[in-house]
Design a protein around this ligand. Structure first.
Ligand code: ZN
Length: 247
């Protein structure tokens, strides 16, 4: 996970058009989200997907893998989905809220499902919420204190470790997020271990050849700074642990 910046003042047009407003009003009137295609389609409009893809640099909000927009209905692990940070099944009034929508891979989406435990007090719908329907997350966070980390509000760089490629943390909330989203799943662990192993091999090669290590470290630093890179949090962790990793 890496913190992502989203401008909440630029809301995709289709999240504010008449069709979406009607669906939201129906959900509010019935006090539930309607699990129907014409309700799902309103947060899956092309402008919403394109905006999220750009903001997230084409990567999953949770596992940081590159994902692609699915052009058919055959969802694969690398397919993108529009994920609701607060599950729409419970927070029905937030189904079309810009600050509640994340760019997420199919696997993380399936794993996260409706998991959303709170340390604080649950928010109950109130009609005044409509005035800040796209910008209420920060207020909700303060009251509810969800265990699930919000990738647009929090950085986990100093709380996470990736020994042997396995994502882990002693922080209660990050640990919850890792467990519920399945961020320590074997295929991810293997991909991250390969990044570590490749770096260690390059470092050992230059050490053996009595060449400066700085070039290899600078390369990793550039990869960490590049928003397009996969696994940026992992690269940050490697940079912090170079001495321990390279003997
Ligand atoms: Zn993912």
């Amino acid at each position: 996970m890496i913190k992502v910046v989203k401008d909440l003042t630029i809301v995709p047009i289709s999240l504010e058009d008449d069709k979406t407003l009607r669906r939201r009003n129906t959900c509010i009137k019935d006090e539930k989200y309607h699990q129907k295609n014409d309700f799902h389609q309103r947060f899956k409009q092309a402008d919403v997907k394109e905006a999220l893809k750009k903001i997230y640099y084409g990567k999953c909000a949770f596992c940081e893998q590159k994902i692609s927009i699915c052009t058919n209905n055959l969802l694969e692990d690398c397919s993108s989905t529009v994920e609701h940070y607060r599950p729409k099944s419970h927070y029905y009034w937030l189904a079309y809220s810009w600050d509640n929508l994340l760019w997420c891979c199919h696997r993380c989406n399936q794993n996260k499902a409706n998991n959303f435990e709170l340390l604080g007090t649950p928010v109950v719908y109130h009609k005044d919420f409509i005035t800040a329907i796209h910008t209420s997350t920060c207020d909700y966070q303060a009251v509810e204190q969800p265990k699930m980390i919000h990738p647009e509000l929090e950085s986990v760089l100093d709380k996470v470790n990736f020994g042997q490629g396995v994502m882990a943390s002693e922080d209660e909330r990050l640990n919850y997020t890792i467990r519920k989203c399945g961020l320590a799943r074997s295929d991810l662990n293997e991909k991250r271990k390969k990044v570590i192993d490749d770096f260690v091999k390059k470092m050992n090669d230059v050490i053996l050849a009595k060449q400066p290590k700085e070039t290899i470290i600078k390369q990793l630093l550039d990869e960490f700074k590049d928003h397009e890179s996969e696994f940026r949090a992992l690269r940050y962790w490697i940079l912090r642990n170079v001495n321990a990793l390279v003997s």
